[in-house]
Design a protein around this ligand. Structure first.
Ligand SMILES: *Cc1c(COP(=O)(O)O)cnc(C)c1O
Length: 395
């Protein structure tokens, strides 16, 4: 069966009520049919639900689908994407360990690495997107334990060569941990390149409609076991309601991603051809510096496009005011197209040199391309670029 079929057909066993669609198991605990069954469940000689901090049928259904989509053995769902990132690191790293990571990370991942893990004596080295295999290899220390990366990155859309990192992790016995949120398993499956752990903020494309928070880490059973222990006892569990919502959403993930990516490609192309747009960045445009790598490890370009406009914040302000369809929000991965100015919002706290290193200029606009009709989006963006160009020229 194709993954698209399985994402629709993997389902919690039907109850005695013969429901067609999985019901919501909104229960904190589960009953034991006998004292012996309770004992067996706690001894783990019997498989089953005990308490929703440990497992819940809705959560299990969601985890089963993501494991299938990512070709992963096992997984554990969490309340948010950040809980998944933190659990994967806190469960597997200890004092004295060293972590290597790509520099262009989601802001909170950067805070975990630099402000929280560092308190426990876990050190790190960041590598730039331009780092070669030799650069990465040279940064590996005797106490290195894990490589953590995001590809494509936010908001620079820089790619890291997954096959190259896979080779290095195998050679040096490191845990290969990838945040695959921007690509989704429809566009990129890191396990094909040797990834041991894959993380998602399910809040983004997995939900796809900007409704619920959720996270997940899937991967090799030997690494998921300590992460499960960590989550079971520290409690960042995904709620059954959110898991139910997310599992329903995965039924349409392939369809949605096809449309998201097709819309993004068309919008990127239209804006790249517009004289008033300084720069357009999109992995599947030939002008992307890592276009060949994008083609090698992604099946489509994803649904985030960035553009750069001339005229500083005044221009950005006029451009955003002129948009009639696209929303102004810091979120992404929604059916509604969203624009963000990372310089003044999501990445405002970075120092000037850090912004420069990540290509975050004043005029950068991140577009999370939604599912609206593409002709409407092209018109909305073209109009806003032209309307705001006038404002800028008067200055
Ligand atoms: C949003 C996001 C996260 C964090 O996920 P939450 O669900 O908001 O906790 C992590 N990584 C990436 C790439 C993201 O876009």
């Amino acid at each position: 069966m194709e993954k698209q079929t399985k994402a629709i057909r993997i389902q919690t066993p039907r109850t005695q009520y013969r429901e067609h669609s999985t019901p919501l198991f909104l229960t904190s605990s589960f009953t034991f049919e006998s004292a012996e069954q309770g004992q067996g469940l706690f001894e783990e000689t019997i498989d089953g639900n005990i308490y929703s901090r440990f497992s819940n049928p809705n959560v299990t259904e969601f985890v089963d689908k993501v494991c299938m989509l990512e070709n992963a053995q096992e997984g554990i769902a969490t309340a948010t994407g950040m809980a998944a990132v933190f659990a994967s690191m806190a469960a597997l790293l200890k004092t004295g360990d060293h972590l290597l990571a790509s520099r262009a990370l989601f802001g909170s991942a950067h805070q975990i690495i630099t402000q929280i893990l560092s308190k426990w004596g876990i050190t790190y080295t960041y590598l730039d997107a331009s780092a070669s295999e030799a650069d990465w290899e040279a940064a590996i220390l005797p106490n290195s334990k894990m490589i953590y990366l995001e590809t494509p990155s936010n908001p620079g859309l820089e790619l890291v060569d997954l096959a190259m990192i896979g080779r290095l992790c195998k050679k040096h016995n490191l845990i290969f941990n990838v945040d695959n949120c921007f690509a989704t398993p429809v566009v990129q499956t890191p396990t094909d390149f040797g990834a041991d752990l894959i993380i998602h903020s399910a809040t983004k494309y997995m939900d796809g409609q900007g409704r619920v928070l959720g996270g997940i880490v899937v991967g090799k059973a030997e690494y998921i076991a300590p992460i499960r222990f960590f989550c079971r006892h520290t409690g960042p569990s995904l709620s059954s309601f959110n898991a139910w919502t997310l599992s329903k959403s995965l039924e349409t993930l392939h369809l949605r991603m096809e449309r998201h990516c097709a819309n993004a490609m068309q919008l990127a192309t239209a804006l790249a051809n517009h004289a008033d747009v300084l720069k357009v960045n999109y992995p599947f445009l030939e002008s992307h510096p890592q276009y060949e790598l994008a083609k090698a490890q992604m099946s489509a370009g994803g649904a985030i496009v960035t553009i750069e406009l001339e005229g500083g914040f005044e221009r950005i302000s006029a451009f955003m005011a002129a948009l009639k369809i696209a929303s102004l929000s810091s979120n992404l991965g929604d059916s509604r197209t969203i624009v963000t100015n990372p310089f003044t919002t999501t990445h405002a706290k970075l120092k000037a040199d850090e912004k420069a290193a990540l290509g975050i200029t004043e005029g950068l606009v991140r577009i999370s391309v939604g599912l609206e009709a593409i002709q409407d989006l092209i018109e909305d963006f073209t109009n806003a670029v032209e309307a705001s160009a006038g404002v800028f020229e008067e200055n």
